[in-house]
Design a protein around this ligand. Structure first.
Ligand SMILES: [Zn+2]
Length: 305
């Protein structure tokens, strides 16, 4: 069996998957606060409990909100500071006495949807997580594209393509640049755009609902949002030409995205022959933990290295 662990800021979730992907077990515990050793111990204990209950040993993959640097072997870019600077894969491997694979949670999302989700059977998959931030991951032939700096797919901090005069220089981003895709397309960014236009506070999904119900300001904001989203995706399409684009995160609940984005992306991309395939995720919040389990492929399970 495969064991996946999703290490989040508030909870750690384990899933055990049978060979074909059926769920054998799930367990969640609270993430120990500001204690790295306790976090390793909590993941270790989850695995031990699952294997005792199921009477079987599993491969172990972990999704983290960050990446492991290929240069240093240490966690970087994590929004949870207690993980930064630790060799998390090696420490958990030592605790469990077996190799452990660790990947960014957006990459795990893309892998889950590419393996047995919305984009199963697609060769090149771009997974987008859009919610409080905007991230992404790329899967090719069932493997995560990690990259030399382990940032492949992190399109959220590219500048918004083809900006109008009014879109320059764009909002400040926490990364230190301005006009980042994330600073235009995240849920909080959409809420801010609506508030600037109307003075009213609405969250992103409610703005989309208001637009559907005929609120003129919400419609204008959503039109701009679709157009910016399409420009941002088209620049990725021109680089990796994905067979499928899968949406995850809180904004993936906005139904109109799946209708509005494909034609608009086609308009901005180079020589498209058909509208882009923009798909809603199948596994929802479980994609991170399922993707972590899928970090071990079938042909690697017999001789894990
Ligand atoms: Zn940025």
């Amino acid at each position: 069996m495969r064991i996946g662990i999703d290490l989040g800021g508030t909870k750690i979730e384990l899933i055990a998957l049978a060979k074909g992907g059926d769920t054998l077990r799930r367990e969640r515990v609270a993430t120990p606060t500001n204690d790295y050793e306790a976090t390793i111990r909590a993941m270790h204990d989850l695995v031990v409990r699952a294997e005792e209950a199921l009477g079987e040993r599993g491969s172990v993959g972990v999704a983290i909100p960050g990446t492991i640097s290929a240069r240093t072997g240490l966690v970087k870019n994590a929004n949870s500071t207690r993980l930064i600077g630790h060799p998390l894969d090696k420490d958990l491997a030592a605790a469990l006495g077996r190799p452990v694979r660790v990947a960014n949670d957006a990459n795990c999302f893309a892998l889950s949807e590419a393996t047995d989700g919305a984009a199963r059977n697609a060769k090149i998959v771009f997974g987008i997580i859009a919610g409080t931030g905007v991230g992404g991951g790329v899967v090719v032939d069932g493997r995560v594209l990690v990259g030399a700096n382990a940032i492949a797919g992190e399109w959220g901090h590219n500048p918004l393509p083809s900006p109008s005069h009014a879109e320059v220089p764009g909002p400040d981003c926490y990364c230190g640049k301005c006009g980042c895709i994330e600073s235009w397309l995240s849920g909080p960014a959409l809420a801010r755009q609506y508030k600037d236009a109307t003075g009213r506070d609405l969250i992103a999904t409610d703005i989309a609902a208001a637009a559907a119900n005929g609120d003129a300001a919400a419609r204008m904001i959503m039109e701009q949002f679709y157009d910016r989203f399409a420009r941002a995706i088209a620049s990725v399409v021109n680089v990796i030409d994905p067979d499928a684009i899968v949406m995850g995160g809180g904004l993936s609940k906005i139904d109109t995205l799946y209708r509005e984005l494909p034609e608009r992306i086609m308009r901005y991309a180079f020589t498209p022959e058909a509208p882009a395939r923009v798909l809603r995720n199948v596994h929802g919040d479980s994609s991170g933990v399922r993707g972590a389990a899928w970090l071990w492929r079938e042909d690697e399970l017999a001789h894990p290295a």
